[in-house]
Design a protein around this ligand. Structure first.
Ligand code: NAI
Length: 735
């Protein structure tokens, strides 16, 4: 056995070394500094010791082969590091894998045939993503276990990076330009069969034979050398600027990439460049080109922001960062869902899908059944796509019990209420439910507008009352806001977080303010777009600018989705509840016109800012300009974008300054996963840090002078700007 911590090394009687990567105290293998160091030591020995005749690399984890580089390590770039230093640091893994595939022989000797490398085989037993796929690609032969768990992929682009351990160069040399471009720029994982068809795997073998077959390949190919280290190697399918087979591929891929990313993700362009440039040079130069682009990505704030929010903080939130200490983990097996409407049906679905039983209660059995039918419908889709078996669907549906009888709630471990948005109805169901459920069961409301504290006042045990706020559609939206009013105890918070972890969504914990965090930003953002329409700005310009900025859909289309009817009802309840404190939005009359006079209540009735003709693409309602004629002079796209962006930034900043959302991490997570705020920024707080708090304050002030106080930045941010502080911590020298 070996003296290593992160791997074991066994050399058999034939001299074949079996390296089994198995990081201690980790559920999954990743390239971290310790593994790179120990793997280097193994490769040095492999290259220099003639008694070692071949190498098999596998993983000791049931969870997979290797899931990529440790993103925490990558995001840990010292502020004063130069590009050359970052390059050298990251080139270590490139050199290591290159040394493995050449067995330390000089590439020119391999090319001349003056030397041969030694066989290296990947025995892939599960996920091989990012740096894990790159490790496999640097092996001469790749076997995968036929266990259904193998996936390969280069997902770096999803956190603003490019593959940095040879991914762009070896996918290119194994599978050709088109497949390399797709694999690296889309970042989608492939199942074993797909990876084999692409040329990334050589064989899929029974799991029990994986290692034996890998060793056998070493014995059968004692003088193995990578194909690109042999004379006469050509990239499959053609390469370079002159080959008519690939010229249109490069041109098309470039256009498509810009079309889909709107120039917001420089990593995509760099992947294309790395593959293009790499296709006309030898592999060693190609690897340096890749590392140069990788370094560029890593040194810019965008990748750092994306890694921080989309990976580090997301994972921390999902692992219970906000969970109070000392509360035992709750064993949630049965959940009572009150109200089987749009939200209740979705909540029942995600709960049953996660293996819990659901008691789905409505005032009428037909409504409860309709709610359950929603799960059946989603399951049917899953079966159609081959993602679910009929049996699994039946088992899942059997876990949902529909009822109108409160007595059926007596054994539940948690209640989630999603009845009408009416305080009276909510009070009634709370009282009826508490009459039957055990004393210690937590009661959560999914209300979108009613303060949780006022609902908790109906409860006999307000310390066990909490808000669990889902987003629509529940099965698709990844975020859940947990609202903890004063008086709610740790147990309720811990239970809510345990539940959200079970359904595999991302939680943020927020305070009990009107609209909580997300809707306090989204509603004014939608209103801003509506105000622009009133000012005569073209609806197409508004929605296209939002999409170009990186939002998934334009705000007018989003308003159609959430419905003008809901917008009006939120406005009316705010007017009613806030009385004199209500600040007019300026779009009250527009909502009334749309809903009450024109019946343009939203997408659900096929009419909003857009028309939704059956079977056709949506189009802007031609009548819009009759009510709100286009202004003779339209603002520039940059002006529209800035207004849409800053509206969200200022309100997110306000929510943070007011303590509704407690930390920049949650504000960023909530924005990206709750309403789709431009993921390339890492979230509004990351964006503010990226441009600097000072610039944010100045820009917001400029917009406030032009458009009104709603753009005024919060006082706390002015203070931060003065002190040269940033949101994510370290003090910056006061400008
Ligand atoms: P919905 O109108 O589709 O469903 C409400 C369901 O509650 C109906 O099936 C109704 O029959 C049932 N119900 C009404 N009174 C009842 C009673 N006394 N006992 C038992 N069941 C009763 O409404 P939706 O959209 O599902 O909203 C439910 C809750 O979720 C509301 O509090 C809403 O504010 C909140 N919410 C809604 C979101 C949305 O996008 N629609 C997003 C997040 C929260």
């Amino acid at each position: 056995m070996s003296d290593y911590d992160t791997l074991t090394l066994d050399i058999d009687a034939d001299g074949i070394a079996l390296v089994t990567i198995d990081l201690p105290d980790a559920s999954m293998n990743v390239w971290n500094r310790a593994l790179i160091e120990e793997f280097s030591a193994v490769i040095d020995r492999f290259a220099s010791d003639d008694a070692i005749t071949g190498l098999v690399v596998t993983s000791g984890k049931a969870s997979g082969f290797l899931a990529g580089a440790d993103l925490r390590m990558l995001s840990d770039v010292p502020a004063d590091a130069t590009a050359a230093q970052v390059f050298e640091e990251n080139f270590k893994l490139q050199s290591l894998l290159r040394k493995m595939e050449t067995a330390g022989r000089a590439p020119k000797d391999l090319l001349k045939g003056a030397a041969t490398a030694k066989p290296v085989v990947a025995a892939v037993n599960g996920l091989a993503l990012g740096g894990g796929m790159e490790l496999a690609l640097a092996c001469h032969y790749r076997l995968a276990a036929d266990n259904g768990r193998v996936q390969m992929g280069q997902p770096e682009v999803q956190v603003g990076l490019i593959p940095g351990a040879g991914g762009t160069q070896r996918t290119l040399r194994l599978a050709g330009v088109q497949t390399a471009l797709q694999t690296c720029s889309l970042g989608k994982p492939m199942k074993a069969a797909e990876a084999k068809a692409a040329g990334f795997l050589d064989e899929i073998v029974p799991e029990g034979e994986l290692i034996d077959r890998a060793k056998q390949w070493c014995r059968d190919n004692p003088k193995s050398t990578q194909r690109w280290d042999k004379k006469g190697f050509k990239i499959p399918g053609g390469a370079g600027a002159m080959d008519p087979r690939v010229v249109p591929i490069f041109a098309g891929a470039s256009a498509m990439a810009q079309g889909t990313t709107n120039h917001n993700y420089p990593a995509v362009q760099r992947i294309l460049s790395s593959i293009y440039e790499g296709s006309i040079v030898p592999i060693d130069t190609g690897l340096r080109i890749e590392s140069k682009y990788f370094t560029k990505c890593l040194m810019e704030p965008q990748a750092q922001n994306m890694i921080r929010t989309l990976f580090v903080n997301k994972q921390a939130a999902e692992k219970g960062m906000a969970r109070p200490e000392g509360v035992p983990k709750s064993d949630l097996r049965r959940v009572g869902v009150l109200g089987a409407g749009m939200m209740g049906a979705g909540i029942a679905y995600v709960t049953a899908r996660a293996g819990m039983e659901v008691v789905l209660l409505d005032r009428d059995m037909s409504y409860a059944e309709k709610g359950k039918a929603y799960s059946a419908k989603l399951n049917e889709k899953g079966i159609g796509r081959g993602k679910l078996t009929k049996e699994a669907s039946e088992e899942m549906l059997a876990r949902i019990k529909t009822t109108t009888d409160y007595a059926d709630l007596k054994d539940v471990d948690l209640i989630i209420e999603a009845v009408f948005e009416d305080p009276g109805v909510k009070r009634d169901v709370t009282e009826k439910t508490e009459a039957v459920i055990p004393e210690d069961v937590v009661f959560a409301s999914n209300t979108s507008t009613i303060p949780i504290a006022s609902l908790a006042a109906n409860s006999k045990r307000p310390d066990q009352f909490i808000g669990i706020h889902f987003f629509s559609p529940v099965d698709k939206m990844p975020l859940v806001e947990i609202i903890r009013p004063e008086g709610t105890g740790d147990k309720a918070l811990a239970t809510a977080l345990d539940y959200v972890a079970k359904i595999k969504k991302t939680p943020i914990v927020v305070s009990d303010a009107r609209g909580f965090y997300c809707n306090s930003v989204v509603v004014p953002y939608l209103n801003e777009a509506a105000l622009m329409v009133k000012e005569g700005i073209s609806a197409a310009l508004i929605d296209n600018c939002a999409v170009h900025m990186g939002m998934p859909v334009g705000p007018l289309a989003l308003m159609d989705e959430t419905s003008q009817e809901l917008g009006l009802s939120i406005t009316r309840s705010a007017q009613r509840d806030m009385g004199d404190a209500y600040v007019p939005t300026g779009v009250e009359d527009m909502l009334e016109l749309f809903v009450d006079e024109l019946g343009r209540k939203g997408r659900k009735v096929g009419k909003g800012f857009y028309d939704y003709p059956e079977g056709e693409k949506k189009r802007i309602w031609p009548g819009l300009t009759e009510h709100y004629p286009h202004a003779a002079e339209q603002p520039s796209a940059e002006e529209v974008k800035e207004r849409l962006l800053y509206n969200q930034l200022v309100n997110a900043a306000r929510m943070y300054a007011q303590g509704v959302v407690h930390d920049p991490q949650s504000a960023d997570l909530g924005a990206i996963f709750g309403w789709g705020f431009c993921p390339w920024t890492g979230g509004p707080m990351s964006y503010i840090d990226m441009v600097g708090v000072k610039t944010f304050v100045e820009t917001a002030d400029r917009l406030a002078a032009k458009h009104g106080d709603r753009f005024s930045p919060p006082e706390a941010f002015r203070e931060m700007a003065k002190k040269g502080q940033s949101l994510y911590g370290e003090e910056k020298a006061a400008a």
